[in-house]
Design a protein around this ligand. Structure first.
Ligand code: ZN
Length: 230
């Protein structure tokens, strides 16, 4: 990485394979990440800065810091703080691609300890987000759309144009300054608006809104009030 900074796109492909294995992050990943972050901090390339923030963010979302072997934990915590700064800086310079923007939001949420929100944005980036009705327990899927979000009780509704969908009611727009006592979701929403990603902002507003269960008609808030990470 240090010797051929111009090939950053190439070696990030390899690094992802080496660092990230969904469902089974090995201790080697936790040991390597502080070094990767160190190089990324010194590297001017946008790919490195973004990919670094995303790979550390997704690693944190996958397993809490207590699962990190003790000998790597201190350096890993430092790496999280640096990667969080990278994610924030990259979100502020505004990336044109919506997917990249969502991945950075997911990373920032993970690196800030907002696990549920990070997992939700991960679902949005993958085009569907699973949840369930708090009353009848039926599995539901939240579907991001051009102008908002809908909810369906049909499996794989994202791929069925005829699936029954109900619109999600978004949270009301805040008029107060965004940094003043804004919760995690509102902080990310402000970043989306600043970056000109109005679609991401609308989805974040929907994640703070309410939905009706298509199976039992119960109306419920999508934000989980019992989530300690909020
Ligand atoms: Zn229900």
């Amino acid at each position: 990485m240090r010797e051929h900074p111009e090939d950053e796109g190439l070696w990030w492909g390899e690094l992802w394979d080496a660092l990230y294995h969904p469902g089974s992050i090995c201790s080697g990943t936790y040991a390597a990440i502080p070094y990767v972050v160190e190089v990324a901090l010194a590297h001017p390339g946008p790919v490195t800065r973004r990919e670094c923030a995303v790979v550390v963010g997704i690693t944190v979302l996958e397993g809490p810091v207590d699962v990190v072997p003790e000998e790597f934990r201190t350096d890993f915590r430092t790496a999280i703080a640096h990667a969080r700064r990278l994610a924030l800086e990259e979100l502020r310079v505004a990336t044109p691609r919506l997917t990249t923007h969502l991945h950075l939001l997911m990373a920032l949420a993970g690196l800030s300890g907002w696990k549920r929100l990070g997992d939700q944005i991960d679902g949005l980036a993958a085009d569907q987000l699973e949840t369930k009705c708090p009353k009848c327990g039926v599995p539901l899927v939240l579907l991001p759309e051009d102008e908002g979000m809908s909810i369906s009780a049909e499996p794989n509704a994202a791929f069925k144009p005829g699936a029954q969908r109900l619109p999600v009611t978004p949270a009301p727009e805040r008029t107060a300054p965004s940094d003043d006592g804004a919760g995690p979701r509102e902080q990310l929403l402000a970043l989306s608006l600043h970056a000109g990603h109005s679609r991401a902002a609308t989805w974040l507003r929907c994640l703070g809104g309410t939905a009706s269960c298509p199976a039992c008609a119960e109306t419920f808030p999508l934000e989980d009030p019992g989530d300690s990470s909020r």
